[in-house]
Design a protein around this ligand. Structure first.
Ligand code: AHR
Length: 500
């Protein structure tokens, strides 16, 4: 049997996890909003049209922050179209996804929905077709107590108290040629700098995310981050990263190694942030907002056949397999490992569009396979991330060298007096997993949750919603000072250890 050993010391702390690491994303895209979170007339919708079955599932995920309204959508969006009396709101051509946007759901509905699911809003701005003027008005509308036109307008729309949106994204993927209003780095950097300056004049308490690259394989990567930060360093707090992985080649070894790519990407952006920090001799540190991450490939072909100019067309409806859940688990481990610098992360997206939650119009809502690792990490992964030392056998793949068979991260929650060890076994056979714990002498195993399946392509559907789901029959146990477990082949594991 293969073996892996992990050393954990209570005093060796990477950092406290920022709760916003367990965020997600709702874009006006496909059926994320309409027939996803919002479906007036559905038997399970409330008086506002919010689907209560979806609200319950979002609460299970314990999502800490939700980015909105895009995505590519935001670069052509006029926020004014989505506020005020619904019967006066215009239907518009939505160019990014070639759909019709009815604008029945907008900023105020989103804020209300956030309250219902106990999450924080993260607002993105249109720096594609618009700029400084729109941004300042929008922040005033959302956050100002009144006296000026836009704060008063919000009140007129029925929202006396400011929404107090703290986190704002300065555009979306502005480096990407597909983006509406795509910019050269100089164009974007200057616009972001001036927009940020003006937004902070309206509300100095906000935090800003500058657009990094739309992916780290795009040719302008690196130079883009450096130039953007050269201009915006004093005004922004975070730089964004986006990454989506696929398994087109159906190669499980290579697919599960892709979290290593994510880790290298994070490290490269940290290096760039710190290069500019050094160059500027700044005392401020720019952190990371990994505000789009997931597996995305299953729906790409089908999407080419979707008729344009429909309201809420079925776009990006990836049906996730069991193996996708393993990579999502590995990506969560990667985010936790970098918790000292990754402060915000958004699983893209939340409902129907490359999402952990699926719905049918007029029908049910169910959990996709990727729901589970996110739910576990979000519920058990809050606290201090401990620095593990892991020794395990490694393997090579087409794109990666020395891939560890086991990837794992421990998180200690002081309030609950609980240590949680997240681990993925990338091997196709069982793994003996030995954890040597220091500082946890009077702790013992409470539960060992396992997500495993003999069929890598197994999925959940409305008819078979529990085809892939975790069980708590893992065999982790205490042996003296150690926690020992046999990890099933290709499995996601959550080992919870509590004070006796
Ligand atoms: O999440 C889907 C899309 O992926 C977003 O709209 C865009 O920002 C990214 O390219």
């Amino acid at each position: 049997m293969k073996k892996a050993k992990m050393y954990i010391d209570k005093n060796y702390i990477i950092d406290k996890v920022d709760n916003r690491l367990f965020g997600s994303f709702i874009e006006h895209l496909g059926r994320a909003v309409y027939t996803g979170i919002y479906e007036p007339g559905h038997p399970k919708s409330d008086e506002k049209g919010f689907r209560k079955d979806v609200i319950d599932l979002v609460k299970e995920l314990n999502v800490s922050i939700v980015r909105y309204p895009g995505g590519n959508f935001v670069s052509g969006y006029n926020w004014e179209d989505g506020v005020g009396p619904k019967d006066k709101r215009p239907k518009k051509l939505e160019l990014a996804w070639q759909s019709i946007e009815p604008n029945e759901f907008g900023t105020n509905e989103f804020i209300e929905w956030c309250k219902k699911v106990n999450t924080e809003p993260m607002m993105s701005l249109n720096l594609g077709t618009r700029g400084i003027d729109e941004a300042r008005n929008f922040v005033e509308y959302c956050n100002h107590s009144g006296g000026g036109y836009y704060g008063e307008l919000r009140k007129k729309h029925g929202y006396k108290e400011p929404h107090k949106v703290k986190i704002w994204c300065l555009g979306n993927e502005m480096d990407g040629p597909w983006q509406i209003g795509h910019k050269t780095v100089e164009e974007y950097a200057r616009l972001a700098e001036e927009t940020a300056k003006v937004m902070k004049l309206v509300d100095p308490d906000i935090s800003l995310v500058a657009c990094g690259s739309s992916g780290w394989h795009i040719p302008t990567f690196g130079e883009w981050e450096a130039t953007v930060l050269e201009h915006t360093y004093d005004y922004v707090d975070y730089i964004s990263l986006h990454a989506y992985y696929d398994n087109y080649e159906d190669n499980i070894e290579n697919f599960l190694a892709k979290s290593i790519d994510m880790d290298s990407y994070i490290k490269s952006v940290i290096a760039t942030c710190d290069y500019i920090k050094g160059k500027k001799k700044s005392k401020k540190t720019i952190n990371i907002s990994f505000d789009e991450w997931n597996v995305w490939f299953h729906s790409r072909e089908a999407d080419k056949k979707v008729e344009p100019w429909q309201i809420a067309p079925p776009l990006l409806e990836d049906v996730y397999t069991f193996e996708d859940a393993l990579l999502v688990g590995l990506m969560l481990i990667t985010l936790l490992k970098n918790a000292d610098r990754v402060k915000i992360a958004c699983l893209a997206q939340l409902v129907n569009v490359i999402a952990p939650i699926m719905t049918r119009k007029g029908g049910g809502a169910w959990r996709q396979t990727i729901f589970y690792p996110f739910m576990h990490a979000s519920n058990f992964g809050r606290g201090k991330v401990l620095q593990p030392v892991i020794s395990t056998d490694k393997y090579d793949t087409k794109d990666f060298k020395e891939v560890p068979f086991v990837d794992s991260i421990p998180v200690f929650n002081e309030e609950k007096n609980e240590l949680t060890i997240f681990a993925v076994n990338r091997a196709q056979d069982k793994m003996v997993f030995e954890c040597e714990l220091k500082g946890f002498e009077d702790y013992s195993v409470i539960e060992h949750i396992v997500l495993e399946n003999s069929d890598l392509k197994a999925v959940n559907t409305e008819d078979k919603p529990d085809n892939v789901k975790p069980h708590s029959n893992g065999n982790a146990r205490n042996e003296g000072e150690k926690v020992m477990a046999e990890l099933s082949p290709l499995s996601w594991n959550v080992i919870r250890v509590g004070k006796k």
